[in-house]
Design a protein around this ligand. Structure first.
Ligand SMILES: *[C@@H]1O[C@H](CO)[C@@H](O)[C@H](O)[C@H]1NC(C)=O
Ligand SMILES: *[C@@H]1O[C@H](CO)[C@@H](O)[C@H](O)[C@H]1NC(C)=O
Ligand SMILES: *[C@@H]1O[C@H](CO)[C@@H](O)[C@H](O)[C@H]1NC(C)=O
Ligand SMILES: *[C@@H]1O[C@H](CO)[C@@H](O)[C@H](O)[C@H]1NC(C)=O
Ligand SMILES: *[C@@H]1O[C@H](CO)[C@@H](O)[C@H](O)[C@H]1NC(C)=O
Length: 408
């Protein structure tokens, strides 16, 4: 595969959006290291000019702050690219949808503050390494389209972030620009995780022991909804210690269950949260009747004295399993202690790592947003062609921060 380094002025590059993607001949997967920002718990990839961009699974655009002298792409309001860029209007994004005048305007959105801003679109190049799933191989550069946002849109994002990498299946997000029909995330709890765009295997060190982790995946259909670019999972029930949590009728179907990398911990709508945490606390104290609660440690409500909890073990605290029962009932996504309990106060206490969604959110709030902590140290393979998610917990003798980033 030859990737000529062209020096053509960016504006002269193809205008039609769908040839803006990785060239078809360059079907090799590419990778980015994934960092977790300690201050915000957000995950970033250095997707544009080596600058970090926050991973947003629900984001329909790639946006960055741009140099003051950037040249906006000449895209008219009627251009299909402009329609794609504006396919979703984020709630609370008042500017959006104002009449487009001459050149296309996009409305990038900050998933933390909920703010958006008017922005121009530009043609840009992304630089990444190809990979065989074991190491980086060689650097390639590909065209893509991004929105240029004002600096103030970076509020409350990591200090070193210069934008957001939207990974939704729609709009002008990276996967929708045919950067790949498939991408895989392995979010780290600490250290450097890995994101791979394109198919192919994934190996973590020690390679010989773990093997290709994509062979261990379980699958669930991925759903979409018209008014929201998030990835939805067909979750039929939530069970704690094998007993379904009693929820109000259709509580999960109303609003749905989405994956949200910009939520540090899984957030549940108040009607679902209360039933769930009560079920967990009851199951835990029933199993382990000496468990002692300690005062809440924000943002968590249910915290326990570590000395009174069973464990810790290599698979975490031996607390009741939490099952997301997926469509068909043949597959569950199960969270054990490593994914459910958060150690706090110098390990003297551990809290149930699920939080109550703030009230006063937008209408139609999801019932559950599966957050970063619960997705960490999982292989998550988004297959946009087959519209399914492959998922598997990384074996306990390795972790998402064990990818070998030494070039082969
Ligand atoms: C922008 O594109 C339109 C329509 O494709 C064309 O008529 C116009 O001359 C272009 N403007 C510039 C500055 O290239
Ligand atoms: C590609 O990999 C090499 C070796 O790990 C690294 O030095 C370089 O920064 C990588 N390039 C990009 C664009 O990530
Ligand atoms: C999924 O979880 C439910 C509730 O805990 C349980 O009854 C069911 O047996 C599980 N199914 C599989 C395939 O593990
Ligand atoms: C806790 O459980 C043990 C064994 O199941 C039982 O003997 C003990 O009485 C229980 N303690 C309390 C306080 O319920
Ligand atoms: C990482 O990959 C490099 C290049 O293939 C190899 O030389 C090195 O031994 C690998 N590191 C480990 C710890 O296996």
């Amino acid at each position: 595969m030859d990737m000529p380094r062209r020096r053509t002025p960016l504006l002269l590059l193809a205008v039609s959006a769908l040839v803006l993607a990785w060239p078809a001949s360059c079907a090799e997967p590419v990778l980015f290291p994934v960092a977790k920002d300690a201050a915000t718990s957000l995950y970033t990839i250095p997707v544009r000019d080596g600058a970090n961009h926050v991973i947003d699974l629900a984001g329909p655009l790639l946006w960055s702050t741009c140099a003051a002298d950037h040249l906006p792409a000449n895209i008219t309001c009627q251009d299909p690219v402009c329609k794609l860029a504006n396919a979703y209007r984020q709630p609370g994004c008042r500017d959006a949808g104002q009449t487009c005048k001459h050149r296309c305007t996009a409305y990038p959105y900050n998933p933390v503050t909920g703010r958006c801003a008017a922005a121009s679109l530009i043609h840009t190049r992304l630089v990444a390494n190809t990979t065989d799933g074991k190491n980086p191989l060689r650097q390639v550069s590909v065209r893509a389209m991004a929105a240029c946002a004002p600096k103030k849109l970076l509020a409350r994002l990591p200090r070193d972030a210069s934008g957001v990498a939207g990974l939704a299946a729609s709009g002008l997000a990276l996967p929708a620009q045919r950067v790949a029909g498939k991408f895989t995330l392995c979010l780290p709890r600490q250290g450097e995780g890995v994101a791979i765009f394109g198919g192919g295997p994934l190996f973590l060190l020690p390679e010989s022991a773990a093997g290709d982790l994509t062979t261990t995946l379980a699958f669930t259909p991925l759903r979409s909804r018209r008014d929201n670019p998030s990835y939805y999972l067909p979750v039929k029930a939530i069970a704690v210690d094998k007993a379904p949590v009693q929820l109000p009728k259709d509580a999960l179907a109303t609003g749905g269950v989405v994956l949200g990398t910009t939520a540090p911990y899984t957030a549940l709508r108040p009607d679902v949260y209360r039933q769930f945490v009560d079920a967990f606390d009851k199951a835990l104290t029933r199993q382990w009747n000496t468990t002692k609660k300690v005062p809440a440690v924000a943002p968590f409500e249910f915290c326990y004295d570590s000395k009174t909890l069973p464990g810790p073990t290599r698979i975490g605290w031996l607390v009741p399993d939490i099952d997301l029962v997926l469509e068909g009932g043949k597959t569950n996504w199960t969270f054990g202690g490593l994914s459910s309990m958060v150690d706090v106060n110098d390990f003297t206490a551990a809290c149930l790592g699920f939080v109550e969604m703030k009230k006063g959110g937008y209408g139609g709030a999801p019932a559950v947003v599966i957050g970063g902590f619960q997705m960490e140290n999982h292989v998550l393979q988004f297959d946009l062609e087959k519209r399914r998610l492959g998922f598997a917990r990384v074996p306990i003798f390795t972790s998402c921060s064990n990818f070998n980033f030494t070039r082969n």
